[in-house]
Design a protein around this ligand. Structure first.
Ligand code: NAD
Length: 507
């Protein structure tokens, strides 16, 4: 991660959110938030001091005393209001997101929208957090459960979905009665802050939602803080593994959604046109910077002849700033990300893969300083090559071949990651075999990016995930609550006493 550095003293500062107030950090360490299409410095983000981090947690701890007892309806109505405010401010949110992250305006609206769906889900907290009751488990005895909030919870988010992923976290944590400390990505914290301002406007009380900024030191402080009970992390596998180990050793509940290498199987019986369109969209959309991007396609049998058509589709995509109408592929987030992607393309050539389409150094009129790399396609890709073994996180598609579906499934199962996968076929039997035998947590059947809606949970698996429970859906209610199980019997004066019972059985 980059050391904090700021070249500008003129750009506006991103504020901390502590106890319901937007406050200027007293830190001496700042980093620029940069428009990846133009290199314009949009803002400066502080790396919060230890005192500021402690103040955020202390306020969240104090606010928990009353927030945990706040009636369900009051909590739910805040999220009803927040979803309305997000809808009303959608264009502004998308514009901020595109400026600091680079994705196209329609995709930025999609980023906000996928988070908005979780806010709507949080508004339904009453039925989601219901406990269970069994009547008459023994004579005059009932057993029931209470799903109670944990206390102060924290969220650490990545740069690639700066609206959706913070909204995966704080609405459900707060709706279940917890208070929250959020640490957004230092690369694009501005849209996240705008969403938090809207949450205050919707009625989230002071101290219930707090935001600190920073990098490694802030994350380590969260992992070590004795008053933080649970941490949701989304980001790279390397950092997620560190967070999981460090916070778990400190006795915290942790869920880490991490890096990926998502494969699609293309069977020759699929609807060719639909499938090739889906592949191009899922490989190159958001400049390949999605944890669910399809970055490897396994062409089976006759489908191996379709490489030229896939390359032609990739060539039609327009590379430009996310604000330009008709753009398909915006810039990658930073100059460092660009040189990493270009370096991996170089490694792919050196490792012997065939470069079918070279997207390096595209000419983008009006945005000559932008971090652009166009759609890039390699065929003949094999395990052991850096472009296969590493998550590229750029618009680079790797093509591998398999003789049949069994070989393709075995190929995918041998990859350590388990975030997402897809199959393209018109055979129900093949699709069912795939769903049964593939060892990946989220499966698309003719759906290229199978991110579940919040009625379900996000269920990446294997090296893409640490911790048992996923974000949103039902699982996150379990993550953010502790179940108490109550076994109760009430006597009245007419109850006949049966003497001392020294056994474990309930009578
Ligand atoms: P990242 O790991 O660099 O950063 C994530 C968070 O960790 C940020 O808030 C950052 O400040 C912090 N961080 C960075 N370096 C750190 C360090 N050394 N010690 C402690 N904290 C540190 O990830 P990113 O580049 O922002 O995001 C892209 C990654 O996130 C990709 O690997 C992508 O697959 C993954 N991702 C996964 C999912 C998922 O659901 N599985 C979703 C989105 C993104």
């Amino acid at each position: 991660m980059n050391a904090p550095q700021s070249t500008s003293t003129l750009a506006p500062t991103v504020k901390l959110l502590i106890n319901g107030q937007l406050v200027e950090s007293k830190t001496t360490q700042w980093r620029d938030v940069v428009n990846p299409a133009t290199q314009q410095v949009l803002a400066r983000v502080p790396f919060a001091t230890p005192e500021e981090i402690n103040a955020a947690v202390a306020n969240a701890k104090e606010a928990f005393k009353t927030w945990k007892k706040t009636p369900i309806g009051v909590r739910a109505r805040i999220f009803l209001k927040l979803q309305q405010l997000i809808r009303e401010n959608m264009k502004e949110l998308a514009a901020i997101l595109t400026a600091e992250q680079g994705k196209t305006l329609p995709d930025a609206e999609g980023d906000v929208f996928r988070g908005l769906e979780v806010v709507e889900h949080a508004a339904n907290i009453g039925s989601l957090q219901l406990g269970e009751l069994a009547n008459n488990v023994a004579n005059g005895v009932d057993t029931y459960t209470l799903n109670q909030p944990l206390g102060v919870c924290a969220g650490i988010t990545p740069f690639n979905f700066p609206a959706m992923i913070p909204l995966w976290m704080f609405p459900m944590a707060i709706a279940t009665g917890n208070t929250f400390v959020l640490k957004p990505s230092e690369q694009d914290p501005m849209v996240t802050m705008r969403l938090c301002e809207l949450a205050l406007e919707a009625g989230v009380p002071p101290g219930v939602l707090n935001v600190i900024h920073g990098g490694e030191d802030a994350v380590n402080a969260i992992c070590d803080h004795p008053d933080i009970k649970a941490i949701s992390f989304v980001g790279s596998t390397k950092v997620g593994t560190h967070v999981y180990n460090r916070a778990s050793l400190n006795g915290k509940r942790v869920q880490c959604m991490m890096g990926a290498k998502n494969h699609a199987i293309v069977l020759p019986d699929c609807n060719k046109e639909q499938s090739l369109n889906a592949l191009a969209g899922a490989a190159f959309g958001a400049a390949g910077q999605r944890c669910m991007a399809l970055s490897v396609v396994v062409l089976v049998g006759e489908a191996q002849k379709w490489i030229p058509e896939l390359v032609e589709k990739a060539k039609t995509l327009k590379v430009s700033a996310g604000t330009e109408a008709g753009t398909d592929v915006g810039p990658v987030v930073s100059c460092q990300a660009l040189s990493r992607v270009e370096g991996l393309i170089e490694r792919g050539i050196a490792d012997g893969a065939k470069l079918e389409l070279d997207g390096r150094k595209p000419s983008v009129a009006g945005y000559e300083k932008g971090n652009f790399v166009g759609p890039t396609v390699f065929s003949g890709v094999k395990p052991g090559m850096a472009i296969y073994d590493q998550e590229i996180f750029g618009p680079v598609l790797c093509i591998a071949e398999a003789a049949d579906i069994d070989e393709a499934i075995a190929f995918i199962n041998a990859n350590p990651n388990g975030n997402g996968t897809a199959i393209f076929t018109q055979s129900g039997a093949a699709a069912r075999k795939f769903q049964e035998e593939i060892d990946v947590g989220q499966i698309g059947i003719n759906v290229p990016i199978p991110v579940p809606v919040p009625l379900f949970s996000f269920t990446g698996s294997r090296a893409s995930k640490l911790g048992d429970l996923g974000p949103y859906g039902k699982q996150v209610v379990m993550f953010y609550t502790q179940t108490k199980t109550v076994t109760a019997r009430w006597f009245d004066d007419s109850t006949i006493a049966h003497g001392v019972n020294t056994t474990i059985s309930l009578k």
